[in-house]
Design a protein around this ligand. Structure first.
Ligand SMILES: [Zn+2]
Length: 264
């Protein structure tokens, strides 16, 4: 059970400031409007943190985050911590692990706080009702993910994550780190049997394997790649060559790929 209700809190803030659509303001505007001290500073191995002083806390963000979407998400995440956890947040340093919103397997106290901060961040940057409107009756397509990502300044990976949860088209997402599939997640209505693939390299004929084999990254207009149904799925012989698609999002800096597979 969540102690906090991060989604509700995010919506309350937007409502209180009369923000109908978060595209109209920046998350920094919101932090300033809430009178929360914010500082950009050099941080080592860390994107953001909260510093406690006497009766006062401060949000500190790494001044060298190169992606705007990542900086935005970090700002929103720290704002979530500030509002929900600042009194019992111990030794809090956010790096790529705690900011990986998709990793919800650990249920320790700190992780629970991270899940709450990430849920808060996702909601304040792009409220669920707006996301639902954006994907209403939309088939999955890399262009759809990119257009929502650009419109709201939210990372593509977080849009994919939400599409799994509440999109209108069944997809399955595989996270591969350092050439090993770490785990996968599928939409409720994705009714196919997934091959045993965790803790081993991605299937040899997958788009993810192409990246890990020789660094292949497809240009935007080719990001919808045709694969076989049997690439990632356990299927009967007669369906093995049926057409499936893979969109492989590459984070080369962290040697991570996020593969989305779907059928048209
Ligand atoms: Zn955090």
């Amino acid at each position: 059970m969540m102690k906090n209700n991060p989604r509700k809190l995010a919506l309350e803030i937007l409502t209180n400031f009369g923000i109908d659509n978060p595209r109209d303001v920046t998350i920094e505007d919101v932090i300033y409007a809430l009178n929360i001290p914010l500082k950009y500073s050099k941080l080592t191995n860390c994107d953001g943190r909260i510093i406690h002083g006497e009766g006062k806390s401060l949000i500190v963000i790494n001044d060298s985050i190169d992606f705007e979407t990542r900086r935005n998400f970090t700002l929103a995440h720290e704002l979530g911590h500030y509002l929900m956890h600042r009194n019992d947040l111990i030794q809090h340093v956010d790096d790529s692990a705690s900011l990986a919103w998709f990793d919800t397997k650990n249920k320790t106290k700190i992780s629970q706080q991270e899940i709450e901060a990430n849920t808060f961040a996702a909601e304040i940057l792009l409220p669920t009702h707006l996301f639902t409107e954006e994907v209403y009756k939309q088939p999955f397509d890399p262009n759809l993910i990119r257009s929502i990502s650009d419109k709201y300044n939210v990372s593509r990976s977080s849009i994919i994550y939400r599409f799994v949860e509440m999109g209108n088209h069944p997809i399955c997402v595989f996270y591969t780190k350092d050439n090993k599939v770490s785990y996968w997640k599928r939409s409720k209505d994705f009714n196919f049997k997934i091959k045993e693939c965790t803790r081993i390299p991605p299937p040899h004929d997958s788009v993810a394997a192409e990246f890990f084999d020789d660094g292949t990254i497809y240009p935007l207009n080719e990001s919808k790649q045709e694969i076989s149904k049997s690439t990632w799925l356990e299927v009967k012989e007669e369906y093995a060559d049926d057409t499936f698609y893979e969109y492989c999002l590459v984070h080369s800096g962290t040697n991570l790929t996020i593969s989305v597979i779907w059928e048209d």
